[in-house]
Design a protein around this ligand. Structure first.
Ligand SMILES: CC(C)(COP(=O)(O)OP(=O)(O)OC[C@H]1O[C@@H](n2cnc3c(N)ncnc32)[C@H](O)[C@@H]1OP(=O)(O)O)[C@@H](O)C(=O)NCCC(=O)NCCS
Length: 165
């Protein structure tokens, strides 16, 4: 058995069975994710097991975003121009209750970072941004290196590693 991440396939993935304990995140997957994908608003990335590919163990959604320079903490502003900071927003990230605290959230975050680094081959991206639904979620993000923005503790960002050369 191995885990893999693919883009949401509304014909394959069983969105109705997904239950992360946060009704808004379950509802997004059922009712909005497919439409947002078709409209170019966000992509949804689904993590599943290869021997049960229809069962969604976790998902995250990604979209282009920006932060104002002043929203970064002072040490992160050094040498940056006074332009909006190009970002990718992890709009939603959720893990099914049956598999929480098993490392799947961490895998999805790693996937989001990899996606941002891949995009950066073509387009500037400086940070990942998330809006934490509650303090528990914010704690999860802080543990993985995210920092609160200066004007809203529930909006956090992760500076991406700088490209050498
Ligand atoms: C929050 C959530 C995404 C974390 O995903 P997960 O797969 O359960 O987390 P992981 O197993 O990858 O956790 C990695 C580490 O993060 C930390 N962590 C995980 N959930 C945490 C929580 N609720 N509070 C604080 N730290 C947490 C733990 O230290 C964990 O390491 P440990 O297992 O050694 O203790 C998941 O529990 C979830 O979907 N919750 C409900 C929906 C939600 O709140 N989403 C966030 C929306 S902004």
């Amino acid at each position: 058995m191995s885990l893999f991440i693919s883009l949401l396939d509304t014909q394959l993935h069983d969105r109705a069975a997904f239950n992360c304990g946060e009704p808004t995140l379950d509802a997004y997957l059922r009712q909005r994710a497919g439409q947002h994908h078709r409209d170019g608003m966000a992509t949804t990335h689904v993590l599943a097991r290869d021997d049960a590919p229809a069962k969604i163990l976790g998902y995250c959604s990604l979209a282009a975003a920006q932060l104002n320079l002043a929203e970064l903490q002072a040490p992160d502003r050094i040498r940056l121009p006074r332009y909006p900071i190009p970002a990718i927003r992890v709009g939603r990230l959720a893990v099914d209750k049956s598999t929480q605290r098993m490392g799947i959230g961490r895998l999805l975050l790693g996937h989001a970072v990899n996606c941002a680094l891949a995009v950066r081959e073509q387009l500037g991206v400086r940070v990942l941004v998330v809006d934490a639904l509650h303090e528990k979620a914010a704690a999860f993000y802080r543990l993985h290196g995210f920092r609160a923005t200066t004007d809203n503790a529930a909006t956090l960002y992760l500076p991406l590693p700088l490209t050498r050369g």
